[in-house]
Write a protein that binds this ligand. Structure first.
Ligand code: PBG
Length: 336
């Protein structure tokens, strides 16, 4: 989107903007942003067990699933054209150090192996964080009641290595500790996982839009909030500093999260780096659309497509969205 060029000096009535909007075929030809299923990543929540499916009230249409059903869902999504999933673990086994996050047979590790077995071509991404595994619900370990940055790094790196060990293609640290990308890269390489990529949640804001996710993952902090490590929604320039630091530490892809209220940040990050830029259309953003659509206040398909297209137009190469399967279907129907 660049500004005024010479031809814009022409004016009405010689210039008529509506000429290129006449008819669906013409509009299709001059469309600037083309969303493709290749850009979509579907988040999934893994729980222990077999044949287990527990719907998530605050995320209509989404459920926590045991590894066998995660694998079946991944297979269906891949067949629909969605190339990747992002896995989260949900467990009631929590302790102060979040040790269930880095067990070899933990819930995410088991689900990764099941998906890799069922759909080897699918790209499997894993969320690396401790909040779903700590009894206090914070993203790192506590020292004197505060999340301790450096003490958390080793556990996050151990978590990432255990995911790669299970077969994850991409590990995605979402904890927002300083230095975690470098620590994870070093640990992966030391353990022979130099092929595992890092998707850094670089500009992750302390957002109210994570509400439904925290219900899904049971990961709300027991005391306080995450403003001591996640970014202040008022800050844009800081997002570029965060991003460039992650790039310097060895990130392969960078992320802006949430997406729709941060389109300027996506555009800024796009301009600041040549790495693939990923945007996370988060739980609250999805649930808002769902709730309005359920009441008949919005056309869900049109509204969701508009938002996802806007995120891509802002500069996102990849979109993590709970709408991934629907969007892949809508895109296919549009072409047909
Ligand atoms: C873990 C994490 C969160 C999300 C992704 N990873 C929650 C949080 O930071 O509280 C949110 C995703 C969503 O809302 O869809 N730290």
């Amino acid at each position: 989107m660049e500004g005024t060029r010479i031809e814009a000096r022409a004016a009405f009535p010689q210039l008529r903007m509506r000429r290129l909007r006449a008819g669906a075929t013409m509009r299709r030809m001059v469309r600037e942003t083309r969303l493709s299923a290749d850009q979509l990543v579907l988040p999934l929540f893994a729980i222990e067990g077999r044949g287990a499916r527990v719907p998530i009230d605050a995320l209509p249409g989404q459920a926590r699933m045991s590894p066998d059903l995660i694998a079946a869902t991944a297979r269906r999504a891949y067949a629909a054209g969605v190339p990747a999933i992002l896995l989260f673990g949900v467990t009631y086994r929590k302790d102060a150090a979040g040790s269930a996050a880095y067990e070899a047979d933990g819930v995410v590790q088991t689900a990764v192996a099941a998906v890799k077995d069922a759909v080897p071509e699918m790209v499997v991404m894993t969320d690396v964080c401790l909040c779903g595994y700590t009894d206090h619900g914070h993203c790192g370990v506590l020292v004197d009641g505060e999340v301790h940055n450096d003490a958390s790094l080793e556990l996050l790196a151990r978590t990432a290595v255990s995911h790669a060990e299970a077969g994850a293609d991409v590990v995605a640290p979402s904890d927002m500790m300083d230095g975690r990308v470098g620590a994870i890269r070093a640990a992966l390489d030391a353990e022979g996982h130099e092929g595992a990529a890092i998707l850094a949640y670089s500009a992750k804001y302390a957002s109210a839009f994570y509400g439904p996710f925290r219900e899904a993952a049971g990961s709300a902090p027991g005391h306080g909030d995450r403003r001591g490590y996640q970014m202040d929604p008022a800050n844009g320039r800081e997002a570029l500093r965060e991003t460039l630091l992650d790039v310097a530490e060895g990130a392969d892809m960078v992320m802006v999260k949430p997406a729709a209220a941060y389109l300027d940040v996506i555009a800024g990050v796009r301009a600041a780096t040549d790495l693939p830029v990923v945007a996370y259309h988060v739980s609250g953003e999805y649930s808002m659309l769902k709730a309005a659509a359920e009441r008949g206040w919005l056309d869900e398909r049109l509204a969701a497509t508009e938002v996802l297209t806007g995120i891509a137009r802002a500069g996102a190469d990849l979109l993590i969205t709970y709408y991934a399967e629907d969007a892949a279907r809508w895109l296919r129907e549009e072409v047909a």
